[in-house]
Design a protein around this ligand. Structure first.
Ligand code: ZN
Length: 409
C-alpha cells in the first residue's frame, strides 16, 4: 500500500543499490535511480524476473562483501539452474522476527509444541518454521518430511500442538490418522500451512480430521522464505509485514497496477534485505489487496490467499482457465472430493480437457461425473471429460503437487 513511509523505505533501498549490487548495476545500467522521486517513476522501473536471478547463479545476487554472508538458500526449482539467495546475519534475524510475528498472529505461544514437517536444507521452509518458533520460546520438534509412522508416533508421544506442513502433506497425515483410528490421541490445536493454492473442501477436511484451526502462511525463497505474511483467526486473506516488504499487484500481461481490489500478479520489493535485495520482483502468484481494516485489529495490510499462479493459467478452446475455478466447481458438486488433476490433450484437431477428481464412496459415479461436467459447463463455459477416481488415488506429496498436465505442446 502506498504511503509516505513506504516511499521513504523504497528510497533507502534504491540509494546506492547499483553500487552495492553488481546484479542491479548490470540490470539498471543506464538508469539513474536518483531520479526515482515519486510512485510513478518507481512503477516505471523494470521488473526483476525469476530468469534474471537464475542468470546470476551462483552468487551473483550478493550485495554485500563475502564476509557478511552467513548462509545461502536455494529455490526448489524443478528445471534448470537453481536460484541462490545469500543471507546476512541481519537477514536471518529479520526473517525469524517476521516468522515469530506469524506465530503470534496465529495465537501460538511458548507453551506450544511445534511439529515442523517441511524440509530442511537448501529449501527455506523447515529452518524458517524453526527459527520463528524458537524466537517465541516454543518447543520445536524438527521432523522434516517423510516417514509417516514416525510422524504420527512423535505427534502422539510428544503431544504436538501445532502442525506446520504443506496442504497436501497435512491432508496425507490427516487421512493416515483417521485410517489408524488414533485421532483421540492427537493434541493438535493449530495447523500452519505453507501457501499453495488449496480449496475450501481440502481445508475443511484437514481442519475437521485433525481438529485444528488452520492458518495460511505466505512467502517465497527469493524473499526470505515462508513467514512474510499469514492469515489470522478471521480467515479473510493474509496480513503481511509492510515494514519488511512492499507489495504491488499488477496486470500479468501489461505490468500496470490493477485497480484497487482486483486480482493480479503480486510484485514484491524488499525493504530491509541486505544480502540480496530485490526490487519489483515478479512472484507469478495471483492475489488481490483486501480492503479495509481486519476484525482482528492488526494494523498490517492484507492480500487474499493465493488464488493461483500466472503460469497455471491455461487456454483451452479459447477459454482461460485457472485450477482454482475447477476447485470451486467441484466444491459445489455433492459427492466430489477436493483432490483433482487436469489433463489437456489435442486430439483430432481439438483440445480435450479431462478432469480427474476423487468421488466419495457410496456415490453413483456416473451421476457425479455428469454433475461435474454440467457444473463446469455452466460456470466456465467449457465442455470437459469428467473422470471420477477413488479417494486416495490421486497423488499427495510433501512437496507441491502439480494439478495441470498440458500434453498439447
Ligand atoms: Zn486479521
Amino acid at each position: 500500500m502506498k504511503s509516505a513511509a513506504a516511499f521513504d523505505a523504497i528510497t533507502r533501498v534504491l540509494d546506492g543499490l547499483t553500487r552495492r549490487s553488481p546484479f542491479y548495476r548490470e540490470k539498471y545500467d543506464g538508469l539513474d535511480l536518483d531520479l526515482v522521486s515519486d510512485w510513478e517513476s518507481f512503477e516505471r522501473l523494470p521488473f526483476t524476473e525469476k530468469a534474471d536471478l537464475r542468470d546470476a547463479y551462483p552468487l551473483g545476487l550478493a550485495a554485500v562483501p563475502e564476509e557478511e554472508i552467513v548462509r545461502i538458500h536455494s529455490s526448489s526449482g524443478t528445471t534448470g539452474t537453481p536460484i541462490i539467495i545469500p543471507y546476512t546475519a541481519g537477514d536471518v534475524e529479520d526473517w525469524a522476527i517476521q516468522f515469530a510475528r506469524c506465530y503470534e498472529l496465529a495465537g501460538v505461544t511458548n507453551l506450544d509444541r511445534i511439529h515442523v514437517t517441511p524440509g530442511y536444507g537448501l529449501w527455506t521452509a523447515g529452518i524458517g518454521f524453526q527459527a520463528g518458533a524458537e524466537r517465541i520460546g516454543a518447543m520445536v520438534i524438527p521432523m522434516g518430511p517423510g516417514n509417516t509412522d514416525k510422524q504420527i508416533q512423535m505427534m502422539i508421544d510428544l503431544k504436538s500442538t501445532v502442525l506446520c506442513a504443506t496442504s497436501s502433506y497435512a491432508l496425507l497425515l490427516a487421512e493416515e490418522i483417521e485410517k489408524r483410528g488414533v485421532g483421540d490421541k492427537i493434541h493438535l490445536r493449530k495447523g500452519i500451512i505453507g501457501s499453495e493454492r488449496w480449496g475450501e473442501k481440502m481445508r475443511r477436511r484437514i481442519a475437521d480430521e485433525l481438529g485444528v484451526q488452520l492458518y495460511d502462511i505466505y512467502g517465497l525463497t527469493e524473499i526470505y522464505g515462508p513467514g512474510i505474511g499469514i492469515s489470522c483467526d478471521h480467515e479473510c486473506g493474509m496480513h503481511y509485514w509492510d515494514d519488511y516488504v512492499y507489495f504491488e499487484i499488477v496486470d500479468q500481461h501489461t505490468g500496470e497496477q490493477v485497480p484497487e481490489g482486483e486480482i493480479g500478479e503480486l510484485v514484491v520489493t524488499t525493504l530491509r534485505k541486505q544480502g540480496a535485495p530485490l526490487v519489483r520482483y515478479r512472484t507469478h502468484d495471483l492475489t488481490r489487496f483486501m480492503p479495509g481494516e481486519c476484525a482482528c485489529g492488526s494494523r498490517y495490510p492484507r492480500i487474499d490467499t493465493i488464488l493461483g499462479r500466472t503460469d497455471d493459467m491455461v487456454k483451452v478452446k479459447g477459454v482461460n482457465i485457472f485450477p482454482a475455478q475447477i476447485d470451486e466447481c467441484l466444491r459445489e458438486v455433492e459427492g466430489a472430493s477436493s483432490e483433482f488433476q487436469i489433463m489437456i490433450d489435442h486430439l483430432e484437431g481439438k483440445d480435450v480437457m479431462t478432469v480427474f477428481f476423487e468421488a466419495l464412496e457410496g456415490k453413483h459415479r456416473e451421476g457425479v461425473e455428469a454433475a461435474v461436467r454440467q457444473k463446469i459447463k455452466d460456470k466456465i463455459g467449457l465442455t470437459i471429460v469428467p473422470m471420477a477416481v477413488t479417494v486416495g488415488e490421486l497423488p499427495r506429496s510433501e512437496k507441491k503437487t502439480p494439478r495441470v498436465f498440458d500434453n498439447r505442446y
